[in-house]
Design a protein around this ligand. Structure first.
Ligand code: IMP
Length: 179
């Protein structure tokens, strides 16, 4: 497999699609056991989680519902405040068992905002499934219940993740080459 160039940066293969599929299958088995009779609502966070959501939901062993939400960032009243609002709910989350599907937890700020807003709808329970976790980058300690891979604090693309809009369709995850 080759080194690829996206915009001005070089990336090398890091986690291959085979490995991702194996891990996703295991997570789906775990979720299937825990939620079989609970009719959970999966909440996939666009854009990055679209590929994980598609692969994970195909492996879930019971009928399930999925909804797609997006984070829209805007400046708060202070110029330093970037507020992330979750948009696109079509289902009521009240009294539902919700499983959030995210591509990556980096500093944890996005997930912190997502969790606050999901909890405001008074769900019965909330769990978080993330493909990647950059543990060393975490500044906001957020819950992560199902983790695909813990990775170093390096920039990655592929399997839903982009660099400036490009790279989401790559089947494998690539990591930026150190200089
Ligand atoms: P956080 O709010 O710092 O946890 O960042 C979460 C968001 O930043 C993710 O949903 C991604 O969109 C983006 N992000 C963080 N790290 C990476 C990366 O290595 N590659 C691509 N996007 C990333």
């Amino acid at each position: 497999m080759n080194i690829i160039k996206i915009h001005d940066r070089l990336f090398e293969p890091f986690i291959l699609n085979d490995q991702i599929q194996k891990r996703v299958k295991l997570i789906a088995e775990e979720i299937s056991k825990e939620y079989e009779y609970k009719n959970p609502l999966f909440l996939a966070v666009l854009n990055g989680a679209f590929m994980l959501a598609a692969d994970l939901l195909r492996e879930i062993q019971f009928q399930s519902e999925i909804s797609f939400v997006k984070i829209s960032s805007y400046q708060g009243t202070k110029s330093t405040d970037s507020i992330k609002e979750l948009i696109g709910f079509t289902e009521s989350l009240t009294d539902r068992d919700v499983i959030i599907i995210e591509d990556i937890v980096d500093t944890g700020l996005s997930m912190k905002h997502i969790l606050e807003q999901v909890h405001a709808h008074k769900p019965a329970s909330v769990k978080v499934a993330t493909l990647l976790l950059k543990k060393a980058a975490l500044k906001h300690p957020v819950q992560t219940d199902y983790i695909g891979f813990e990775i170093e604090n390096k920039f990655v693309v592929g399997y839903g993740l982009d660099y400036d809009g490009v790279g989401r369709n790559l089947p494998h995850i690539y990591v930026e080459r150190s200089a």
